[in-house]
Design a protein around this ligand. Structure first.
Ligand SMILES: NC(=O)c1ccc[n+]([C@@H]2O[C@H](COP(=O)([O-])OP(=O)(O)OC[C@H]3O[C@@H](n4cnc5c(N)ncnc54)[C@H](OP(=O)(O)O)[C@@H]3O)[C@@H](O)[C@H]2O)c1
Length: 338
């Protein structure tokens, strides 16, 4: 368990990646009380220097003794690394906040979005899971509506940015776009098809039920975070040629009637949410506007006229901030009582 201190020794595992890089920036921007920052990545990055608060810090590779003396470790180095190293870190007395999907559905591991279920942090045993990026932004907007009108069913379609796949995918979109605009052939390494100028209805592996793992993450994680097994969720997730910011079309059916105006009012007062909803002025959430921002943006709020108690909305957030690094740092802030 985390001992209260004035400043903490913090580690970022996967520091050279898309999320890790954002974690370092988020710790600095939010003035997290860091006594010392340790950075870890694969052996190929050993010795590489990354900047934190104007200081250059050398990246280390992991070994059995790496976590000695570390209070909090933010993991973003993929599921395989989390599977091996998160228990090692926890055994060394370090609290792990893990961004991979490795521990999310483990019943002994809390899956936390601080605006939704901060109380679940009370029962952690050394590992805390950070949810999937598309799930985080959705539940931040759904929880206040659920509290007001009880959500029975959610139908979500996502339009997810390539940064959700990591730094290699960011490079692939850049390279393919450049090649195609120069009338050259685009090479596909990260995705099975060209992502530039295209939409792929495929994120993560396909499951035997025909859904992708990403879709099933949205289904299962939503129920666990909201703490309500009666909520039915169905998802279609698509990758779009956007660098940063996931967009979602979300349809909800509620037990109690709630109007679009009431949803707008509830969400305007909700923590972590900004309502951008003035269609007469062409104001609605856009991926390019959320880049580098902390909030979950909600707009296009309207009643679903095909059912008695339904609402449609459009939810956008920066997948590397609230969808990953920021949520992890916010969890750490709750743990230290900041
Ligand atoms: N991108 C998102 O929006 C997002 C959102 C939520 C969760 N996540 C999760 O966060 C994790 C990282 O995602 P990412 O997008 O940042 O990926 P990424 O850009 O590919 O970065 C992967 C990181 O893992 C490190 N790594 C690889 N092998 C390692 C090893 N053997 N030991 C230690 N470090 C190792 C890499 O170091 P090298 O540079 O040395 O290879 C790099 O720092 C994944 O589990 C992902 O599912 C991502």
């Amino acid at each position: 368990m985390l001992q209260k201190k004035e400043k903490y020794v913090v580690a970022v595992v996967g520091a050279t990646g898309a999320v890790g890089n954002e974690m370092i920036g988020t710790l600095e921007q939010r003035n997290f009380p860091v006594e010392k920052l340790r950075l870890f990545a694969s052996e190929k990055s050993e010795g590489k220097k990354l900047e934190f608060r104007g200081e250059k810090i050398a990246v280390e590779s992991l070994d059995a003794n790496s976590f000695r003396g570390i209070d909090i470790a933010l993991f973003s180095a993929g599921g395989e690394r989390s599977k091996i190293w998160a228990p090692v870190a926890a055994a060394a007395g370090c609290v792990v906040i893990d961004n991979s999907s490795q521990w999310r559905m483990d019943p002994s591991v809390p899956l936390v979005v601080p605006e939704v279920n901060p109380k679940d942090l009370d029962w952690h045993k050394g590992i805390i899971a950070n949810p999937n990026c598309s799930t985080i932004q959705m539940v931040v907007a759904l929880k206040p509506v659920h509290d007001a009108a009880r959500i029975k069913r959610v139908v979500v379609t996502t339009f997810q940015a390539v940064s959700g796949t990591g730094k290699k995918a960011i490079d692939e979109l850049m390279q393919q776009t450049t090649e195609l605009l120069n009338f050259r052939q685009a090479k596909c390494n990260v995705y099975p098809h060209q992502i530039a100028f295209n939409v792929l209805p495929h994120i993560d592996k396909f499951e035997p039920n025909g859904y992708t793992k990403e879709e099933m993450k949205m289904v299962n994680e939503t129920v666990k975070i909201m703490g309500d097994e009666s909520i039915r969720v169905t998802a279609t997730t698509a990758r779009v040629p956007v660098f940063r910011g996931h967009s979602e079309s979300v349809n909800i059916e509620t037990e109690k009637k709630i109007t679009a105006a009431e949803v707008r009012e509830i969400l305007a007062a909700a923590p972590g949410v900004t309502v951008f909803d003035a269609p007469d002025k062409n104001i609605y959430p856009l991926a390019i506007q959320c880049d580098g921002r902390d909030e979950v943006f909600v707009g296009r709020i309207r009643e679903d006229e095909s059912i008695p108690n339904g609402i449609n909305m459009w939810i956008v957030s920066d997948n590397l901030r609230k969808g990953a690094a920021l949520n992890a740092v916010q969890i750490a802030e709750v743990l230290i009582g900041k």
